[in-house]
Design a protein around this ligand. Sequence first.
Ligand SMILES: Cc1ncc(COP(=O)(O)O)c(C=O)c1O
Length: 445
Amino acid sequence: MAAVWPVTHERGDDGAMRVGGMELRELTSQFGTPLYVVDEQDMRGRARAFQQHFADAFAAHGTTCAVYYASKALLASRISAWMCEDGLGIDVASGGELELALRGGMPADRITLHGNNKSDAELTRALEVGVGHIVVDSLTEIQVLSDLAVSLDRIAPVLVRVTTGVHAGGHEYIATSHEDQKFGLSLATGAALTALHAVHDAPGLDLRGIHTHIGSQILSIEAFRESAERMLGLRADFAAASGVEVPEVDLGGGYAIAYTAGAEALDPSVAAREIADAVAGAVASVGGSWPAFSIEPGRAIAGPAGITLYTVGVVKEVALEDGGARQYVAVDGGMSDNPRTIMYGAEYSAELAARRSDAQPALSRVVGKHCESGDIVVRDVDLPADVARGDLLAVAATGAYGRSMASNYNAVLRPAVVAVRDGQAQVLIRRDTLEDLLSWDVAPA
Ligand SMILES: Cc1ncc(COP(=O)(O)O)c(C=O)c1O
């Protein structure tokens, strides 16, 4: 069973929650709500744990495993700087993420650029700054990238994104390696092999290896094992056909975290050992040399380190058909700062953050302030029956895919992201202002 609150989370005698040595109600009096809070020690500890465990587990087999933080989970230039300092690389999925990663000082050669539909401008920028890998996702892109590389007189280091057919992960929209979805080149139909030949033969491209990402929130080591076996099989098939053993294999991200008390998470030390052992078995069965490996965890680094703080507004009791009742607790944010509940049916934990309550627990639903009945932050949670307007509510494990997926729906202002550590707070991303919002609008003359 994994903890849902950040490692430095504690409660005072009066029930006030602290993270990173900061009392949360003090943080919100300084920065307002909603507010994303990141426990720096927790996030960086997780990054270093992945780095260390995977390096050690693969070193035991005589090879390497690099860790690229999947920045789509949560990115600010300071986060890029943390990852850089902690020895990780970064995976980016757009030109914007690339600029933020570079701004944080991440060396370009430790950046991997992803995307199923990268623009010419994004590919050009990646070539100009010299990213470490560009993951090609289609035959069209191989041609486009080759033309651009030749015209810029650059050599593009390329990984081919492979659809292995392993279906893993929680919701359909976060499983990414089954056949009927938009990413990658299919192993089963031979498209991946064709792409490997195309990259190998194309001018301006340096075929570095193969990449796959099978999905997110994966608890099953079996899925990673299956995926690694299929990838090594493809590598062997290409070697047999071309005489070239690609030097690198990236196995993507997807390591599950706990969102609710009692839920399981994938422990990086266990995952590292078991995946390395599975890979060893696959290398032994297909033969050939060991490639260098890499992985791309995102959620498992940022998710558990983050919480979201809201101020409670309206509390309403609604009668249920079965004769019971549900307490609807409306907060000052919602689907604009956390769309995962409405998108994926995600579950979360929530607790009062500034006081203790001895009131009876009441079946509750935490909802936002948007004009949608689906605007739910936490579908089912027991909160004290005396929860009231003005209370501070904390939702756990919101560090990943919260701020990075946030919107201005209903013209609300996206919250700030504040990192806390050793009693100090540092703004990573400032809150939108009304001036920002009005400045995006082109007013009538
Ligand atoms: C290519 C790639 N790598 C890594 C990740 C990170 O996944 P997770 O945050 O579940 O570890 C994603 C998520 O969508 C992805 O698409």
